[in-house]
Structure formats: C-alpha cells, structure tokens
Design a protein around this ligand. Structure first.
Ligand code: MLT
Length: 312
C-alpha cells in the first residue's frame, strides 16, 4: 500500500467504521430505512456502519452535523424531502443546505398516510375535515418540526382544510406516533415505513394517502383526492449524502455500496412490507440524485412561499 500511495493511487476505504447520521429519532421512519441500509451497506463495505440519531430542529441539526464533518467518507447522512424544503423554509442555518453536501444516490420514495388516534370521532376523510374545522385550534397535529415531511404534509393539509390546528413538534415521528397510540394527539401525517404496522394492527385510524395513486400494499386507503381533498400531494424521497469535498474514489465506493444494498433481496422484501421500494439502480447515482434534489428545491419553493411555512 505504501508504494501504491507514493504513486498517487487511492488509499483504501473504508478502513474503519462509518457513521450514518439519521436526522430524526430512533424507531421512526428514517431510522427504520437507515438501519436496514446501514446493516446491508456494512456487508458490502467490510466495515461497520454505525447509526447515529442526531435529532432536532426539523432534521437540520443532523444535516449540519454532516455538512460540517470532515469530508473523508466516514460521516454520511441519510436525509429525505427535508433536503428539498429546508433551503426555502429556513432563513438562517449554521451550514449550507444546498452546497454543503455531495449527493451519493437516491434511496427510496415513501408514500405518506394520514393517521389519527383510534377514538377520533371521524371515519372518513370528509368526517375528519369537518371535525378539524369544528375543533379549530383544539385539534392537535403532531409533526417532527419545520423541515420534516410530517410538518410539510400537515401544513398542506391544514391549508387544504382551511383549519388552524395546534401543532405539536417532536424530534421525529417515532415519538409522535407514541402520542397517537396513546390517544393524546389527534393526527399525524407519516410515512408507511412506520405507519403500515399500526394500520394493519388497527391501532390507529387511517384516513387517506396524499399520493397520486393508492398504495399497492395498503389498497383500501383512498387518496386525498378521492377522499374529497384534492390539491396536495407529498411523497418522501430519501437520499444519501457525504460532506462536500469528499474525494471522488471514496464517494464512488459509497455509491457502489448503496447500489449493492438496494439490490439485496432482503432490502427489497423488507421495503415492500413497509410500503416502499428501492429506487432503480440508475437513480442510485450522484447525478440522478443531484438532478432530483435541485428540481425538488425549485418545486417546493413557491408552495412554501405561498403557505408561509418558515422556521423563524
Ligand atoms: C422521522 O424519521 O421521524 C420522520 O421522517 C420525520 C418526518 O419527516 O416527519
């Protein structure tokens, strides 16, 4: 190796454990996907991939942790649609939310579901809308803070309904779901990667999915448009990032490990059980990821400006 290095060849990577930062609480949807990915990528990389939940401020603290880490490939980030909305929603950040990262590849795109406490007095989306309007700010909506997908979905729902619910932020929708299960909060808009289990068990009430089409694995759930509330659509794309400036060979190794993980039958099967699927191999590339991310920032900017959903 010493001779190889002297000739300018790439040093071996990785030679020690990699930290995968998850910007939301353990047990929630990003964590569920992240832990599956970490375990599978570790096999391909020949080193442990250790999950670190750096939570708070709607996913921006975890993103900041990676944007400001050494760009050596040993600290990477799994983040979601938040990367598309945070540049517009946050006017002040201690990191660059657009240029602080090297995208490594897309991972998956997860449908969302509107789930409520089991005893909420509504049995359809139309009932829910009427209840939200009648309750005003007595109606509680849980989310994972401004910048999270649950907060984006909640804000769009409130706007579509014309209601002003009380928003209760958590460090992730994992803890938020506990409040729904405990009947202490009314509603949560959350990804199927977490909600499928509770919907199947009947421990929450499900009203709709804000997707264009019904969810293949949960076909009884109407779309919000079918349920009489057209005009908003949110699905939660996820991508893997390194800090900006990570050497190209290191990035290539990480992208290769991501692609290999997404081909693994175990991941394909487990993702299917929780209502999602890995992206295509062509989308698990830095180029496709960068294109999609840039387009997503542009897509949400006018929506956020119109809704006035800012963090400050
Ligand atoms: C989580 O992992 O807790 C969620 O993805 C947060 C969110 O975006 O709502």
């Amino acid at each position: 190796p010493r001779a190889a290095r002297a000739q300018g060849a790439t040093p071996a990577f990785p030679t020690r454990a990699i930290t995968l930062v998850i910007p939301f609480a353990a047990g929630g949807p990003t964590d569920i996907v992240g832990r599956l990915l970490a375990e599978t990528m570790a096999q391909g990389l020949g080193q442990p991939v250790v999950v670190e939940n750096t939570t708070g401020a709607g996913g921006t603290l975890g993103a900041q942790r990676v944007a400001t880490a050494r760009p050596d490939g040993y600290t990477v980030l799994l983040h979601h649609i938040g990367m598309g909305v945070i540049p517009t929603m946050y006017r002040r950040l201690a990191y660059d939310p657009v240029n602080g990262f090297d995208p490594l590849g897309l991972v998956t795109e997860v449908p969302m579901t509107l789930v409520g406490r089991k005893d909420i007095p509504a049995s359809s989306l139309a009932d829910l809308v009427a209840f939200m309007r009648a309750q005003g700010d007595r109606f509680n909506l849980a989310d994972a803070g401004i910048g999270s997908s649950s907060a984006l979905c909640g804000a769009l729902l409130a706007r579509a309904v014309g209601a002003r619910p009380t928003v209760i932020p958590f460090r992730g929708t994992g803890p938020a779901m506990q409040e729904i299960l405990g009947g202490r909060v009314d509603l949560l808009c959350d990804q199927t990667t977490q909600t499928t289990e509770y919907i199947r068990a009947g421990s929450v009430k499900v009203f709709a999915t804000p997707s264009r089409q019904r969810i293949a694995t949960l076909p009884d759930i109407p779309t919000t448009t079918e349920g009489g509330l057209p005009g908003f659509e949110v699905t939660v794309w996820h991508g893997l990032y390194a800090p900006r400036g990570t050497p190209a060979p290191v990035r290539a190794r990480l992208t290769g490990a991501l692609q290999a993980a997404l081909r693994e039958p175990k991941i394909v099967q487990r993702f299917a059980e929780i209502g999602t699927a890995p992206v295509s191999q062509a989308d698990a590339t830095p180029e496709a990821h960068q294109r999609f991310w840039t387009a997503d920032i542009a897509k949400w900017k006018p929506v956020i400006e119109a809704a006035g959903t800012y963090a400050d």
